[in-house]
Design a protein around this ligand. Structure first.
Ligand SMILES: [Ca+2]
Ligand SMILES: [Ca+2]
Length: 212
C-alpha cells in the first residue's frame, strides 16, 4: 500500500463525510482498512490514533483544518509486512522497548531496516513532530563515532554524515564516552552525543520503500 500525505494540508472533513473506524495501531493499519473498504483517503488523528475513512471527498473546499491530524491519499501497492508510520517521505517504526544502541541497531536490521538517519531539514522537522506526537524525549539515530573519535558515520561505517544538526557545544564526548547520537527534546530536538550503552527509545527507518 502506498500512502501519500497530501501536501501542506492537514485536512479535516465534516463528520458526515467520514466513517470513523476508531483507534488503530498506526496510519498504515488505517490505510489497509481504507484499501479494504475501497475508500480514497484517510484522516488519521496522530495523538489519539483514531482512523477515519473517507470514500467520497473530492472537493478540497469541503474540508477545514484541524491540529494533530494527517490526511493521506491511498493508492494501490504494498509495503511488504512492515507496519510503520509515514513521517515525511520515510516509513518509520517506533520500537516498544528502550534499548542500548547496538541492540537497537540489530533489532532494526533484523527487520530489514536501519536506525533513523536524518539527512535533511524537512526530515528533521517531520521527526520533531513525530516525537512531539508520541511524547518522546530522546531517540537514537544511526550515526556514531565508535570507530574514530569525532568521525561521525552512518551505521554501515562507510558513509560520511552529510546533514548535521548537533546542538551548540555538541558533540562533546562527555567523560570520553559518548559515541552514539540522539535527537534530544530538551535541546529543541537538536542532536547530542550520548553513551551507547544507555537504553533509549528507537526508531527504525525504511527509506523510500513503497513510495512513488
Ligand atoms: Ca565520541
Ligand atoms: Ca554529549
Amino acid at each position: 500500500m502506498v500512502l501519500e500525505r497530501n501536501s501542506g494540508l492537514e485536512n479535516w472533513f465534516p463528520n458526515t463525510s467520514l466513517t470513523t473506524v476508531g483507534v488503530v495501531r498506526s496510519v498504515i493499519e488505517c490505510g489497509i482498512l481504507c484499501k479494504e473498504a475501497a475508500c480514497v483517503s484517510i484522516v488519521y488523528e496522530t495523538i489519539d490514533r483514531i482512523c477515519h475513512l473517507n470514500d467520497r471527498i473530492s472537493n478540497i473546499s469541503e474540508c477545514s483544518w484541524k491540529l494533530n491530524t494527517r490526511h493521506y491519499s491511498v493508492f494501490s501497492g504494498i509495503i511488504e509486512g512492515y507496519d510503520c508510520d509515514i513521517v515525511g517521505d520515510s516509513c518509520i517504526k517506533l520500537l516498544s522497548a528502550q534499548l542500548p544502541w547496538a541492540a537497537a541497531s540489530a533489532e532494526c536490521a533484523s527487520e530489514g531496516a536501519t536506525l533513523l538517519n536524518i539527512d535533511s531539514n524537512s526530515e528533521q522537522l517531520a521527526i520533531q513532530q513525530f516525537m512531539a506526537d508520541q511524547g518522546l524525549d530522546n531517540i537514537w539515530m544511526g550515526i556514531n563515532d565508535v570507530t574514530s573519535e569525532g568521525d561521525w558515520r552512518t551505521e554501515d561505517g562507510t558513509n560520511p554524515v552529510g546533514y548535521n544538526n548537533f546542538n551548540g557545544g555538541q558533540p562533546d564526548n562527555y567523560n570520553g564516552n559518548q559515541d552514539c547520537a540522539v535527537v534530544r527534546q530538551s535541546f529543541g530536538y537538536r542532536w547530542d552525543d550520548e553513551e551507547c550503552i544507555l537504553p533509549v527509545y528507537t526508531v527504525c527507518e525504511m527509506k523510500s520503500v513503497g513510495f512513488s
